[in-house]
Design a protein around this ligand. Structure first.
Ligand SMILES: [Fe+2]
Length: 572
């Protein structure tokens, strides 16, 4: 009998503080998933219970909570008790004490005491009962990093692999090395929460004037504008060790970002304030930080692929969103194949929690992140009519849109099911001509309302990837960076990183997204270039749009020229 399994990531009651989400599996297949931020419209939805995301999962399946067979939570608050043992080096993997924790958990008195102190399943169950009534399906918890690891290994298609999960902090761990086999995932080594690569990058992000756990992508984007700087590098190396035995605890050990920033201020002087012009020092610090991260992660991968004789590698956790770092891993001689879970942030923990329930070989290979809601033409027409908005329904929509983009128009492109994860992949995208640098400037200035130096990435026909990318391979999720072919750079100036001419593409096959593939083909027919500038459909600091109403509001509130809503076209 096929079962419904609901997995969700709370951001309350000791279960973390950001990126709540929910996904639902039917008969082992993930059939719907969404971040709470896409529904409550607060970026990363801090301190939220994902009530709307859970409801959306049930509504999609047209079921009630009582029809769900199992609920999975991607966090075990009681494992926080391991932190002192982990940080003092008394446990190597954490596995040896998990059984002990399971035993004491079985004691109701201790369970109550723990629940009061560090959060517990009982509090989550109470919230669910308040919202959905009784009885509830059984609720099961899995550790944070095990869920990240399963999200990377189980859908990778690998028979066995080295799995590395990297983030700010799980219950007591920050980086974990796993071995994935047909039996599942085994924890090999645990780096304690105090020694965190995610927090290391977060401290630098805050020092450079952005919010930690939010602006890391901007620092990564800034890095190629900087260059080698021996003075900065030797100072930073005086307080951090890199490589497989990395140690960044002087910056991350106190557990607060502010502490790490004060250490940097002692080292380098006052931090950059928001809005202050970036100096060469700031750019070089970003460059050096990126270099030390890459040096560390590649050494970890080299060490453990060698130790276990594995050549396939899977990554997850927030640090795996660093697509420049991913490029370095991808290019290592010891790595044959690299899979990165595209929903690598904590929103993807729910994905992994669900997959952890099944044998890896029975989980389908990852083929999509189009897991959110879609909207019919009828419902969109009704909204447009009700708001007295003029629109057309062109016979060849893709040809018309390609023509407008080639003419310099900035296009809001809304079709199909919402993407889960940080990247818009042609269903909630803003599109522009990739051929000119002015496209990048225009999208930054008129649409995204952000700094002009921020780079953009392309979507391209998968069939044409080899023409533009060195060592081209399928990259459907915009999570890997590539060198570009020098002779072709002129054609895609708007989607190269100006600092190093690299690019972070989405390759598109017809089977993955037929309408988007048609649009790219049409743009190629008209211009000779099978590429588009693709950025997420949202204004600065907001979550990606979910509904047609949000897209329409942004169309009029941003400098977009054209809006496509399924079969309909709106033009200013
Ligand atoms: Fe995480």
């Amino acid at each position: 009998m096929p079962e419904y399994v609901l997995a969700f990531k709370p951001a309350v009651d000791g279960y973390g503080v950001h990126d709540p989400s929910a996904v639902i599996f039917h008969d082992r297949e993930l059939i719907f998933g969404i971040e709470e931020e896409r529904l409550n419209r607060r970026k990363t939805a801090p301190n939220c219970f994902p009530i709307q995301a859970i409801r959306a999962c049930l509504d999609h399946c047209d079921i009630e909570m009582e029809d769900v067979d199992k609920i999975l939570l991607p966090y075990r608050p009681e494992l926080k008790l391991l932190q002192p043992l982990s940080s003092s080096g008394q446990i190597e993997t954490g596995v040896e004490v998990l059984n002990f924790v399971d035993t004491i958990q079985a004691t109701p008195l201790i369970q109550r005491a723990l629940g009061g102190r560090i959060g517990s399943k009982a509090q989550i169950e109470r919230r669910l009962r308040d919202e959905f009534g009784s009885p509830l399906p059984p609720v099961e918890e899995h550790s944070h990093h095990a869920c990240h690891a399963a999200s990377a290994f189980h859908p990778s298609g690998f028979h066995q692999a080295l799995v590395v999960t990297l983030d700010g902090k799980g219950e007591y761990d920050s980086t974990v090395i796993w071995r994935g086999t047909s039996r599942g995932i085994d924890r090999i080594k645990t780096y304690p929460a105090e020694n965190s690569l995610g927090r290391f990058y977060g401290v630098i992000t805050n020092y450079l004037g952005y919010r930690a756990f939010n602006g890391e992508g901007k620092v990564m984007g800034l890095a190629p504008y900087g260059s080698e700087n021996k003075s900065i590098e030797s100072k930073l190396r005086s307080i951090v060790d890199t490589g497989v035995d990395y140690d960044v605890t002087l910056l991350t050990g106190e557990g607060t970002i502010d502490h790490g920033v004060s250490v940097l201020e002692d080292l380098f002087g006052k931090k950059r304030s928001r809005g202050e012009e970036f100096t060469d020092f700031h750019k070089d610090l970003a460059f050096v930080t990126q270099k030390l991260l890459e040096e560390t992660v590649t050494d970890i991968v080299r060490t453990y692929t060698d130790e276990f004789g594995l050549h396939d590698v899977a990554l997850a956790g927030g640090v795996a969103l660093n697509c420049k770092m991913n490029k370095q891993v991808m290019e290592m001689d010891c790595v044959d194949n690299l899979f990165i879970q595209p929903v690598s942030s904590d929103a993807g923990l729910a994905v992994g929690a669900g997959m952890l329930r099944y044998r890896p070989s029975s989980v389908p290979d990852m083929s999509t992140v189009y897991w959110g809601p879609d909207f019919s033409n009828e419902s969109i027409a009704e909204i447009l009519d009700r708001n007295k908005i003029d629109y057309t329904k062109p016979d060849n929509l893709e040809a018309r849109v390609a023509e407008r983009i080639a003419d310099g128009a900035l296009v809001g492109w809304f079709q199909g099911r919402l993407e889960m994860g940080p990247r818009a992949l042609g269903n909630r995208s803003i599109l522009a001509d990739p051929r000119t640098e002015s496209s990048r400037e225009n999208v930054n200035k008129y649409v995204k309302h952000r700094e002009g130096w921020r780079p953009f990435a392309p979507s391209m026909l998968a069939e044409a990837a080899e023409e533009y990318l060195q060592h081209a391979e399928e990259s459907p999720y915009m999570i890997k960076t590539f060198e570009t072919i020098p002779e072709k750079r002129d054609e895609i100036m708007g989607v190269l990183h100006p600092g190093d001419d690299t690019t972070r593409p989405q390759t598109v096959r017809e089977s993955q997204n037929p309408r988007y593939h048609r649009l790219l083909s049409e743009f190629e027919r008209q211009t000779g270039v099978p590429v588009l500038l693709n950025t997420s459909f949202n204004d600065h600091g907001e979550p990606i749009v979910t509904t047609p109403q949000e897209a329409i509001k942004d169309f009029y509130g941003m400098g977009l020229d054209v809006l496509v809503l399924e079969d309909y076209l709106l033009e200013k």
